[in-house]
Structure formats: structure tokens, C-alpha cells
Design a protein around this ligand. Structure first.
Ligand code: AMP
Length: 459
């Protein structure tokens, strides 16, 4: 099996990887690292969770360390562009972790944080700069940063960059970069607008592609609970009594929805943190930290805020609302089952969300198993099975013998009988869930482009 040292990574970085417990490169790492070390351009089809950050960070650190020089005042040698603040911060952390024995400098700049501190950090120049596009351009326009010394450019999650409306910023940035440079471009999907963007940044790139999102889906146990919209909060409270839900990421469709869920959880005695676009950076960082360190069992998030969040051992993803774009479902449930581990995703489906459920089942080519609870709603399929014969005066008669057994009429009763959930829980207790680190089973499926349909997905 390929080892990191076989890929040409130098000793100080190998030592840092050892300390992180990385034993073998993931498929994207095995493919991309030698290409990046050669100094040529690369386009990578990969999503978060595949080990993509290290796939570019390790060879970049190696190249910088092999050719040390001062970037110049207010300049950087490597520029990494990321769509969200959290992802940018995470990439910065990865560079620091993998490069901890190299003595290179890394700075992260994004909106919502102090401009002054960022200016100070940039003043004498940095080796690696990780930035969101808007704040990067703010620094350029205030002349606190110049981009003419960039040797290596990384554009991460290009598809999300487009979703978030960064296309104009990216075009502008491309005109400020030196022509002589190495460019690395990553995206989970490659529909026409992304390919056009790639063509603008890349020269004669080599291509790598790994694990399509469906492989993540296969590793996550999934369940859907049909429930009335008004009963979703009660259902969440009932589920949370299950102690096997150790660390859960709960997704809502809107920011207000996230706040409402947190408030109601608090009044029911469950501590939770929220993370979404209306929170300031300090609040977002604190919420994420509390969740990462295990101080908060629950993080309630909107789609965009959760993009790229990399938290170890998220045992459950709960879709309080189903996403209206089916690809988002795959991203969301990919927050559990990180780096090859297992996980469970439970989705609440109100009657008006059934079309979303059908869409995501079509995309993932899987039927999501139905989990029944005290709060479950009847589905149209049930109604087909349970035919109520009309009695005298139009009154409904009793259900037929073959009617499915359900716990109707006890909606005020708090505890959900999540039958399947209990079964899953036991399996998990018995050590079913494998440790993320040291995990050696990596799926390297054939390249399967996702459906090209994209919509704006601001959170
Ligand atoms: P990424 O796709 O970059 O977000 O990485 C997903 C997760 O995989 C992160 O938690 C990394 O720390 C972890 N990871 C990356 N490379 C490896 C590796 N070779 N072995 C084990 N874990 C890894």
C-alpha cells in the first residue's frame, strides 16, 4: 500500500502526519500529491471528507520549505481561496498542523473579523494566506495586500464559490495574480460554469477525481420520519432522550428556523448552539468550538454555515427540515461519516417536503428507510394499505386487520419508539463505529459526475 513517504513528502511533514495518526494517504492524496509536487496545474473533482485539504496542503508545504524565501511585505507566496469563513479557518488550521515542524507562516483572513488585526498579520508578508474572496479584495483595495508574488493558488470548493455569488470577485482576483504560477482547483461537481471558471485559472491541468458523493451516502445509515411540521420540535426532543446521540448536527432551512429550534431546545432543558449567517464571527467560532470540544452536544446550523465543517465523531446528522436541493442532502449527511467512519442521518419529513424526499432518493438512487415513532404521520403509502370501509351514515369503520400497527393518538407522549433507531444504536454501542483516524478503508469509486442542477444556496 502506498505510504506518504513514497509520494515524496519530506521528513518534517511525515513527522507531523504521524502525530496526527494518518497512516495511509487517501485516494485523492495518493493521486494529487505527486502532481502538485511536480509543479503543474491540477483540477481535482473531490468533496470535503475525502482528505482533499491535505492533498493540496502537504505538497504545497513541501514546495515552500524546499525553496524558502521572504514573500515580500504585504504579500503571500501561497493563496488559498475558500467560500466560507469556517472552511477558511479550518484550512488554515490544517496548514499549521501539517507544517508545525517547518516554521512557515500561515494567516487566515475573512469577513466579520477585525480588519486591523489582519492588516498587522499581513504587514511583513506571509508564506500561506487563506482567504474568503470578499475580504481578500477589501485588503487589496486598501493596499494592505498585494497578489503579485503568489506562486501557488488554490481555489477550494469552486462549486460553492459560484453558489455564493463569488464569481465576479474571482474574476477580479484572477487579473491580479501573476501569470507565472501554479494553480490548483477543487470542486465536488464540474458543470459547465465551473469548467469555464477552471479554464480561466488553469493552464494545461492534470486531472484527478475521487469518491463521488454517493459513496459517502453508502456509509451513512439513513432514516426518515414522516411528521407534521408542528410536531418536529417535539420529535427532536423525544429523539434526544436517546443517549446514543452523542454529538448531533441539526440542519434547518432558515436562520430564524435555527434560532427557534435552539430556543425551544433550551426551554426543554437541552443545551444547543446555533451557527448561521446572522451570527457574528465571534459567536460562530464559539459555537463551533464548543461543539468540537464536546461541550455542546448539539449544533443547529443552516446549510451554508455548515459547509466544510470538519468535526470529529459527529454521531448523528438530523435534518430538521429537508433541503430543497437534493445535493445538499448529500453534503449534510457527509458531516457524519467523516474520513471513512460510519454515522447516522435522520430526516424529518413534513407532508409538504415529500417531493424533496423523492428528489434526494432519485439522486442517491436509494430509498431512505422509514423510521416509526409515536409522532409519525401517516404517509400516502399507508393510506393505500389502510382502506377504511364506509359504514352507515358515511362513518368510517375500524381499520382492516392488515392495517400496519402504529402508535397513533399518543402525540403528547414524549418518548419516541424509534424502533430502527434502537437497533442502530445497539450496533453502534457494540463498537460498530470505526475510529476515523487510522481508518484504512477508503472507497475510491469511479468518476461519476453529479447531476449538473445547481441552485443558489445561501444559508
Ligand atoms: P477533508 O476532506 O480535507 O475535509 O478531510 C476530512 C478529514 O479526514 C479530516 O478530518 C482530516 O483530518 C482527515 N484526514 C485527511 N487525510 C487523512 C489520512 N490520510 N488519514 C486519516 N485521516 C485523514
Amino acid at each position: 500500500m502506498t505510504q506518504f513517504k513514497d509520494l515524496g513528502i519530506s521528513a518534517p511533514i511525515l513527522k507531523a502526519l504521524d502525530a496526527e495518526g494518518y497512516s495511509v494517504p487517501t485516494p485523492i492524496q495518493a493521486q494529487a500529491i505527486p502532481i502538485v509536487l511536480k509543479g503543474v496545474d491540477l483540477v481535482g473533482l473531490a468533496q470535503t471528507g475525502t482528505g482533499k485539504t491535505a492533498a493540496f496542503a502537504l505538497p504545497i508545504l513541501d514546495r515552500l520549505a524546499a525553496n524558502r524565501k521572504h514573500a515580500g511585505d504585504r504579500a503571500c507566496r501561497v493563496l488559498v481561496l475558500a467560500p466560507t469563513r469556517e472552511l477558511a479557518a479550518q484550512i488554515g488550521d490544517s496548514f499549521r498542523t501539517y507544517g508545525k515542524f517547518l516554521g512557515l507562516s500561515t494567516t487566515v483572513v475573512f469577513g466579520g473579523a477585525s480588519m486591523f488585526k489582519q492588516k498587522q498579520a499581513l504587514y511583513r508578508g506571509v508564506d500561506i494566506l487563506v482567504a474568503t474572496p470578499g475580504r481578500l479584495l477589501d485588503h487589496v483595495s486598501q493596499r494592505t495586500l498585494r497578489l503579485d508574488k503568489v506562486e501557488i493558488l488554490v481555489l477550494d470548493e469552486a462549486d460553492h464559490m459560484l453558489d455564493m455569488g463569488f464569481i465576479h470577485d474571482l474574476r477580479k482576483i484572477s487579473t491580479l495574480l501573476p501569470k507565472e504560477r501554479q494553480s490548483l482547483f477543487f470542486s465536488a461537481t464540474m458543470p459547465a460554469p465551473i469548467a469555464e471558471l477552471a479554464a480561466q485559472f488553469l493552464y494545461n491541468p492534470e486531472r484527478v477525481a475521487v469518491a463521488p458523493p454517493s459513496t459517502t451516502v453508502e456509509r451513512v445509515e439513513q432514516a426518515v420520519i414522516h411528521v407534521d411540521q408542528k410536531k418536529k420540535q417535539d420529535l427532536l426532543h423525544a429523539l434526544l432522550k436517546d443517549k446514543t446521540i452523542k454529538r448531533a448536527l441539526v440542519f434547518t432551512r432558515t436562520k430564524h428556523g435555527a434560532d427557534r429550534v435552539v430556543e425551544k431546545l433550551a426551554s426543554a432543558g437541552f443545551e444547543a448552539e446555533a451557527i448561521h449567517g446572522n451570527k457574528n464571527q465571534g459567536q460562530r467560532t464559539r459555537a463551533l468550538d464548543a461543539f468540537k470540544k464536546g461541550h455542546a452536544r448539539l449544533l443547529i446550523a443552516t446549510e451554508i454555515a455548515a459547509r466544510g465543517i470538519d468535526v470529529d465523531d459527529v454521531s448523528h446528522v438530523i435534518n430538521f427540515d429537508l433541503p430543497n436541493v437534493p445535493e445538499q442532502y448529500v453534503h449534510r449527511i457527509g458531516r457524519t461519516a467523516r474520513a471513512g467512519a460510519g454515522g447516522m442521518a435522520i430526516s424529518f419529513c413534513a407532508p409538504d417536503e415529500r417531493a424533496y424526499l423523492r428528489d434526494l432518493e432519485r439522486l442517491t438512487k436509494q430509498k431512505v428507510p422509514v423510521m416509526e415513532t409515536d409522532l409519525s404521520l401517516r404517509t400516502p403509502a399507508d393510506d393505500e394499505r389502510v382502506q377504511r370501509p364506509k359504514g352507515p351514515a358515511g362513518r368510517s369503520g375500524p381499520p382492516r386487520k392488515h392495517a400496519p400497527k402504529r402508535h397513533h393518538g399518543s402525540e403528547t407522549h414524549g418518548k419516541a419508539h424509534a424502533k430502527q433507531g434502537h437497533a442502530h444504536s445497539h450496533a453502534r454501542d457494540e463498537g460498530d463505529r470505526r475510529d476515523r483516524k487510522g481508518q484504512e478503508v477508503w472507497s475510491n469509486g469511479p468518476r461519476q459526475p453529479q447531476r449538473g442542477r445547481r441552485q443558489r444556496t445561501r444559508g
